[in-house]
Design a protein around this ligand. Structure first.
Ligand code: FAD
Length: 329
């Protein structure tokens, strides 16, 4: 690990001021950042420890829904009674990831900002434009079984690793950013950027800004949800494919649907064309199959990750079937 300056701050203003410094990064739970620093993939000049900020509350919003502070630990969020009751998809997604010890330490903000598990990015030596701009993408011609098939470019096909963020995408969560003059809110669907030719620019976060909260809109009565994750082993493993499904029902009719995919895309991936097919529909296996086919239409698999396309269709089909049977408690 390379030497760095360490700042433990007490106010948002201090955090904002110190993160303007080139090479400064935020430290929350440290479960990802410290790994990155040990591997010397991230070599910050300064580490700004925000753990003393009062951002660990889960509160109801006046407009309905909840505001989750960015320092809320992943376990506390997953086991919060209102989250388990109102947003079971979010609890399921969080509890499908990492281990209890990591979830006890990891924060919401850190989960949103965790770096990809792409082996070429993490080995520190392979050409990788995300780590070393302009060096290319080793997955283009190298082994790429774990890589993305949606949203990719010649410069990068690294997947976004988070489970929690897939559920947040299906819930239409909003990311609250503070630190610059104006506090602003960005929909999660716009928070993550496509790699295109600039894979090192991953999010809409600007210098001196930090994530202070995530807002969850209220779900209408009758909403049914499901998070389904498929991986190489049954625990302590990142997704090969995952799907978060949120279906708003009126009696036995689906009124609105939101589907987000993980493990196969460069960011938590919404599939609006597939979702539209479900609006004002009667659930059926045939409809869900058409929806799954539509969701994967834009996929660009290569030899080693071709299996993910069929796997994703099956995961979507199964998640939709499970969700349409599961009522919110
Ligand atoms: C062995 C292992 C297995 C794992 N398995 C899974 C899994 O299956 N599924 C899954 O989803 N995740 C998994 N994870 C990842 C884990 O969820 C993340 O490490 C964790 O969520 C990061 O949170 P943190 O608070 O520790 O972040 P930190 O390590 O403190 O920070 C991570 C990044 O976020 C930035 N950051 C943190 N907070 C903020 C903020 N408020 N504003 C702006 N930037 C911020 C930091 O600068 C840093 O770049 C695994 C991790 C490990 C080590």
């Amino acid at each position: 690990m390379k030497p760095f300056r360490y700042h433990r701050i007490k106010t948002l203003q201090e955090a904002s001021h110190l993160t303007q410094e080139p090479g400064a990064v935020i430290l929350a739970g440290g479960t990802n950042l410290i790994d990155m620093m040990r591997l010397e993939i991230m070599n910050p000049a300064a580490v700004v420890d925000i753990q003393s900020l009062p951002l660990n509350q889960i509160e109801t919003l006046p407009s309905g829904g909840f505001r989750i502070g960015s320092l809320v630990r992943n376990s506390d969020l997953a086991f919060h009674p209102s989250i388990q009751k109102e947003y079971p998809v979010l609890s399921q997604a969080i509890l499908s990831g990492a281990s209890p010890q990591i979830r006890n330490q990891a924060t919401v903000g850190g989960n949103l900002m965790q770096r990809t598990r792409c082996t070429y990015f993490r080995d520190g030596i392979s050409p990788c434009s995300k780590r070393n701009p302009g060096t290319g993408c080793s997955a283009e011609h190298g082994y790429h079984r774990s890589h993305a098939v949606l949203g990719i470019s010649d410069s990068c096909s690294a997947t976004h690793p988070s489970d929690m963020c897939v559920a947040l995408a299906a819930l239409d969560a909003q990311i609250v950013l503070e630190g610059k003059k104006e506090k602003r809110t960005v929909p999660i669907t716009e928070f993550y950027l496509l790699p295109q030719n600039t894979p090192w620019k991953e999010t809409a976060l600007e210098p001196a800004e930090i994530i202070t909260a995530v807002d969850l809109p209220e779900l209408p009565e009758g909403t049914r949800t499901c998070y389904l994750k498929v991986r190489d082993r049954s625990s302590y493993e990142f997704a090969l494919v995952s799907a978060a499904v949120v279906l708003e029902f009126n009696q036995n009719q689906i009124q609105k649907a939101r589907i987000a995919l993980g493990g196969i895309a460069v960011k938590p991936w919404r599939v609006p064309e597939a979702e539209k097919l479900l609006h004002h529909s009667t659930p059926s296996k045939k409809l869900f199959q058409t929806c799954a086919e539509t969701a994967l239409k834009g996929a660009k698999p290569k030899k080693d990750n071709e299996f993910k396309v069929e796997l994703a269709k099956r995961v979507i089909l199964h998640a939709l079937s499970l969700a349409s049977k599961t009522k919110k408690e």
